[in-house]
Design a protein around this ligand. Structure first.
Ligand code: SF4
Ligand code: SF4
Length: 152
Protein backbone atom coordinates (compact mmCIF):
# COMPACT_ATOMS: atom_id res chain seq x y z
CA UNK A 1 0.00 0.00 0.00
CA UNK A 2 1.25 3.49 -0.85
CA UNK A 3 2.39 5.50 2.15
CA UNK A 4 0.37 8.70 2.50
CA UNK A 5 1.72 12.05 3.75
CA UNK A 6 -0.32 11.44 6.89
CA UNK A 7 1.36 8.07 7.51
CA UNK A 8 4.70 9.75 6.98
CA UNK A 9 3.90 12.34 9.66
CA UNK A 10 2.77 9.71 12.16
CA UNK A 11 5.85 7.64 11.44
CA UNK A 12 8.13 10.62 12.09
CA UNK A 13 6.55 11.15 15.52
CA UNK A 14 7.74 7.71 16.60
CA UNK A 15 4.18 7.02 17.79
CA UNK A 16 1.49 4.79 16.36
CA UNK A 17 -1.42 6.23 14.43
CA UNK A 18 -3.75 4.81 17.13
CA UNK A 19 -1.96 6.91 19.74
CA UNK A 20 -3.48 9.95 18.02
CA UNK A 21 -6.78 8.55 16.82
CA UNK A 22 -8.04 8.15 20.40
CA UNK A 23 -8.57 11.95 20.55
CA UNK A 24 -12.11 12.55 21.76
CA UNK A 25 -12.32 16.23 20.95
CA UNK A 26 -12.57 17.44 24.54
CA UNK A 27 -10.42 20.53 23.75
CA UNK A 28 -8.64 20.40 27.10
CA UNK A 29 -5.46 20.88 25.06
CA UNK A 30 -6.82 24.19 23.75
CA UNK A 31 -7.73 25.33 27.24
CA UNK A 32 -4.14 24.91 28.48
CA UNK A 33 -2.14 25.75 25.37
CA UNK A 34 0.56 28.33 26.08
CA UNK A 35 -0.10 29.99 22.74
CA UNK A 36 -3.56 31.01 23.92
CA UNK A 37 -1.94 32.81 26.86
CA UNK A 38 -0.38 35.13 24.30
CA UNK A 39 -3.57 35.54 22.26
CA UNK A 40 -2.88 33.16 19.37
CA UNK A 41 -6.34 31.62 19.66
CA UNK A 42 -5.35 28.08 18.67
CA UNK A 43 -6.80 24.65 19.20
CA UNK A 44 -4.18 21.88 19.05
CA UNK A 45 -6.93 19.38 18.33
CA UNK A 46 -7.57 21.19 15.00
CA UNK A 47 -4.12 20.23 13.87
CA UNK A 48 -4.80 16.59 14.62
CA UNK A 49 -8.13 16.73 12.85
CA UNK A 50 -6.62 18.26 9.70
CA UNK A 51 -4.05 15.50 9.53
CA UNK A 52 -6.68 12.79 9.94
CA UNK A 53 -8.63 14.46 7.12
CA UNK A 54 -5.52 14.14 4.94
CA UNK A 55 -4.42 17.78 4.97
CA UNK A 56 -0.96 18.61 6.34
CA UNK A 57 -1.27 22.23 7.47
CA UNK A 58 2.34 23.44 7.22
CA UNK A 59 1.28 27.02 7.94
CA UNK A 60 -1.01 26.29 10.91
CA UNK A 61 -0.32 28.70 13.82
CA UNK A 62 0.61 25.78 16.06
CA UNK A 63 3.19 24.57 13.55
CA UNK A 64 4.63 28.08 13.45
CA UNK A 65 4.53 28.98 17.13
CA UNK A 66 4.35 25.80 19.28
CA UNK A 67 6.95 26.03 22.03
CA UNK A 68 6.97 22.28 22.82
CA UNK A 69 6.02 23.12 26.39
CA UNK A 70 4.02 19.84 26.62
CA UNK A 71 1.25 21.47 28.65
CA UNK A 72 -1.29 20.00 26.22
CA UNK A 73 0.23 16.53 26.59
CA UNK A 74 0.22 16.69 30.38
CA UNK A 75 -3.44 17.71 30.46
CA UNK A 76 -4.74 15.44 27.71
CA UNK A 77 -6.67 12.43 29.06
CA UNK A 78 -4.83 10.28 26.49
CA UNK A 79 -1.47 12.07 26.71
CA UNK A 80 -1.64 12.71 22.98
CA UNK A 81 1.69 14.12 21.86
CA UNK A 82 0.67 17.10 19.73
CA UNK A 83 4.17 18.66 19.93
CA UNK A 84 5.58 15.52 18.31
CA UNK A 85 3.20 16.09 15.40
CA UNK A 86 4.44 19.68 15.19
CA UNK A 87 8.04 18.50 15.19
CA UNK A 88 7.29 15.94 12.45
CA UNK A 89 5.60 18.57 10.24
CA UNK A 90 8.45 21.03 10.74
CA UNK A 91 11.01 18.35 9.96
CA UNK A 92 9.16 17.29 6.84
CA UNK A 93 8.75 20.82 5.54
CA UNK A 94 12.51 21.29 5.53
CA UNK A 95 12.27 19.39 2.26
CA UNK A 96 13.76 16.27 0.78
CA UNK A 97 17.45 15.52 0.45
CA UNK A 98 17.76 17.36 -2.87
CA UNK A 99 15.98 20.49 -1.68
CA UNK A 100 18.08 20.59 1.48
CA UNK A 101 21.27 20.03 -0.47
CA UNK A 102 20.50 22.78 -2.99
CA UNK A 103 19.61 25.18 -0.20
CA UNK A 104 22.77 24.47 1.75
CA UNK A 105 24.86 24.79 -1.42
CA UNK A 106 23.39 28.23 -2.02
CA UNK A 107 23.96 29.17 1.63
CA UNK A 108 27.62 28.10 1.50
CA UNK A 109 28.70 28.85 -2.07
CA UNK A 110 26.13 31.36 -3.23
CA UNK A 111 25.01 29.01 -6.00
CA UNK A 112 24.31 25.34 -6.80
CA UNK A 113 27.88 24.06 -6.66
CA UNK A 114 27.84 20.70 -8.42
CA UNK A 115 30.76 18.88 -6.72
CA UNK A 116 29.36 19.77 -3.28
CA UNK A 117 25.90 18.58 -4.30
CA UNK A 118 27.32 15.42 -5.75
CA UNK A 119 29.18 14.47 -2.54
CA UNK A 120 26.23 15.33 -0.32
CA UNK A 121 23.88 13.05 -2.26
CA UNK A 122 26.49 10.34 -2.90
CA UNK A 123 25.06 7.85 -0.34
CA UNK A 124 21.65 8.18 -2.01
CA UNK A 125 23.15 7.69 -5.50
CA UNK A 126 25.05 4.62 -4.32
CA UNK A 127 22.03 3.12 -2.61
CA UNK A 128 19.77 3.60 -5.62
CA UNK A 129 22.34 2.44 -8.19
CA UNK A 130 22.40 5.80 -10.02
CA UNK A 131 26.17 5.94 -10.18
CA UNK A 132 26.04 4.06 -13.48
CA UNK A 133 25.03 7.41 -15.02
CA UNK A 134 28.14 9.10 -13.67
CA UNK A 135 30.07 9.22 -16.97
CA UNK A 136 27.15 11.03 -18.56
CA UNK A 137 26.80 13.52 -15.69
CA UNK A 138 30.48 14.36 -15.62
CA UNK A 139 30.06 15.99 -19.02
CA UNK A 140 27.61 18.43 -17.47
CA UNK A 141 29.17 18.91 -14.06
CA UNK A 142 31.42 21.83 -13.40
CA UNK A 143 34.30 20.57 -11.29
CA UNK A 144 35.73 24.00 -10.74
CA UNK A 145 37.05 25.48 -7.49
CA UNK A 146 34.42 26.62 -5.00
CA UNK A 147 33.25 30.11 -6.02
CA UNK A 148 34.50 31.77 -2.80
CA UNK A 149 38.09 30.64 -3.59
CA UNK A 150 37.89 32.42 -6.94
CA UNK A 151 36.70 35.68 -5.35
CA UNK A 152 39.24 38.22 -4.21
S1 SF4 B 1 -6.93 17.11 25.15
FE1 SF4 B 1 -6.34 15.27 24.04
S2 SF4 B 1 -8.24 14.13 23.72
FE2 SF4 B 1 -8.80 16.25 24.25
S3 SF4 B 1 -9.00 17.29 22.27
FE3 SF4 B 1 -6.92 17.64 22.96
S4 SF4 B 1 -5.75 15.98 22.00
FE4 SF4 B 1 -7.90 15.40 21.90
S1 SF4 C 1 3.24 21.95 23.30
FE1 SF4 C 1 2.60 23.40 21.71
S2 SF4 C 1 0.46 22.88 21.32
FE2 SF4 C 1 1.00 21.95 23.29
S3 SF4 C 1 0.46 23.46 24.87
FE3 SF4 C 1 2.59 23.82 24.35
S4 SF4 C 1 2.53 25.38 22.75
FE4 SF4 C 1 0.47 24.49 22.87
Amino acid sequence: MLKTERDEIFEKTGQRREDFSVCMGCKICASVCTLNDIGKNVNPQDLLLSIFLGHIPNDHSIVTYCTSCYRCVESCPWRIKIPEIVRAIRERSKGDLFTRTFKSSIAIFGRAYEPYIFFRILPFLLKKGYLRYLPRWIRYMNFSFPPFLLRR
